[in-house]
Ligand binder design. Sequence first.
Ligand code: X2X
Length: 332
Amino acid sequence: MKRLLSMGLACLALTSSLAFAQQVREFSVSTVLSDAFPWGQAATKWAELVEERSQGRIKLKVYPNAQLVSGDQTREFSAMRSGLIDMAVGSTINWSTQVPEVNLFSLPFLMPDDAAVDAVTQGEAGKQIFAAIEKRGVKPLAWGENGFREISNSKLAITKPADLKGLKIRVVGSPLFLDTFNALGANPTQMSWTDAQPALTTGAVDGQENPIAVYDVARIDRANQKYLTQWHYMNDPLIFGVSQRVWKTLSAEDQKLLQETAIEAGQWEIAKARSELATTLDRIRSYGIDVRELTAEEHAAFVQATQSVYEKWTPKIGADLVEKAQTAIKNR
Ligand code: X2X
């Protein structure tokens, strides 16, 4: 009898462990842009890699267009922190109201090129930013990239700060953007990406700033955006993050799997997004858009005009963090 009982118990333990092993866990992943854009593709790639490496045990379901926060992209981070959203591939701009340190990336004209971006994200400054995010309830895993944000508008070719005077420009996220555009004499207005597109179409706003992949895929040339200046005023990195509420329920092995696949998906997306830029630009030109780059002198005038933003925001971001980033950029 005793033997039968112990055999029965062993059997039970085996079946329940098998059931446990086969249990499929599904997690939500929030993005602002869909997989028509590099940003959404980063999330899709992550989901594919996770599904494959976990043999279907872990499923990531991607919810684009910030739909989990009803389009209000600046609420994504807090929704993740509170567990309403499990994971996200999110923009530092949208998280900046909750994590002051990530405003670093929005400092105007801080990072002139890809090497500068990589020097910041892959170095000490990047580590410090990840620690700041982790402290606020989200486990950051890897970097992706939305890209350098360029300015477009319906009125004129922008080559100097005075050209922005009085232009109504849609901006997103942190109040830092209001300061930058006010410093340039523009008339900035904050709204979500969902609201921005009709506002451009109706002419309620004159211009916007976004990476050229976003400009192209969203076809905002059709929303009166006839002038595009590649001023490279900021780069918008993406971060793969997991709510701590979810992260702590995962085995060390699954945590490792999620992190490795996020790093792989991020590297894949950054390379893809950067390699597509030249073709994207050609396509935009073929729409008949006035596309400009700034001369060194023109660029310097914008840098000069936005110095007040550094004075106001460096203490909020952390002077040591800003300095770390500047040193990494100088030594790149
Ligand atoms: O709203 C934007 O401009 C976008 C899509 O680029 C971000 O979410 C930062």
